[in-house]
Design a protein around this ligand. Sequence first.
Ligand SMILES: CC[C@H](O)CC(=O)C(=O)O
Ligand code: MN
Length: 333
Amino acid sequence: MKRDVILTEVALRDGSHAMRHQFTEAQVRASVAGLDAANIPYIEVAHGDGLGGSTIQYGRSLTDEFKLIEAAVETAKHAKIAVLSLPGIATKPDIKRAADLGVSMVRVATHVTEADVSLKHLAYAKELGLETVGFLMMSHMAESREIVEQAKIMVNGGADVIYIVDSAGALLPNQVMDRVQALKQEIAVPIGFHAHNNLSLAVANSLAAIEAGAERIDGSIRCLGAGAGNTQTEVFVSVLDKMAIQTGVDLYKIMDVAEEIIAPILPQPQEITRGSLVLGYAGVYSSFLLHAQKAAEKFGVDSRDILMEIGRRKAVGGQEDMILEVAAELQKA
Ligand SMILES: CC[C@H](O)CC(=O)C(=O)O
Ligand SMILES: [Mn+2]
């Protein structure tokens, strides 16, 4: 099967944020069966914040994520199942458990300037014989030169692929191009790109990444991802098909999964709302949106003011508690 671009479907992991981590085993089985039949090569399954993310801080999962991973592995006939690991949230035993269940790939995620934190998880995943990805989150917060240095740390630590991750959906196409080009010049492993659609640029940015040499792109079907979602898989497959770029994905089948399996389970349509727009505008983690909306309600303030302030403070993943702090300060003010 010739694939010019390799897609990873992230709705069953990034979409966990939008689902408030309430995926059921039946939903995962139905989604994986459809995605697999449509010939999606990789499907990521986990809590939105990765293995071990089911906590009060990040939001408790309805279903144990290992049950969901097991269901996904059992259901997929061809697709490889991937998991996300954020060192500090996930532990090595979590990675071992996922490997024992049959996952093929571990994506180790760190803040874009903290690649060294990934090393133990990358080494352990390699030891277990898994494919590894270094996932550099909040990539809008570092210049290309620094991203290259961070990527080198991950590659030396065993990453088979490096991803530029636009967690906030804040990057513009020229900035994506600049970052991917810089990596292509200095890094020998394939480069991937993960977008968020908060500024309605996910498809354009993913195309810019491909033009600059990226070979892996993340998509979320029906935009089921944090904030306004990611690069919408079925739309992106259609666009690439028109450009004669092969993904190997069956166009009608992927459209049907979006319409018949994913759309009915969405808690709300994945639109660009004023909340998700502010994420992209202010450069805030997409997974912070629902936390900010909850805090806004509790403290009687505007969630946009919270997010703008969080953007000014350059909060990074793991600093969700800052949202409550800011909401309380805004109420007082
Ligand atoms: C908190 C983990 C995060 O959702 C990972 C990711 O998909 C991103 O940074 O965009
Ligand atoms: Mn994401």
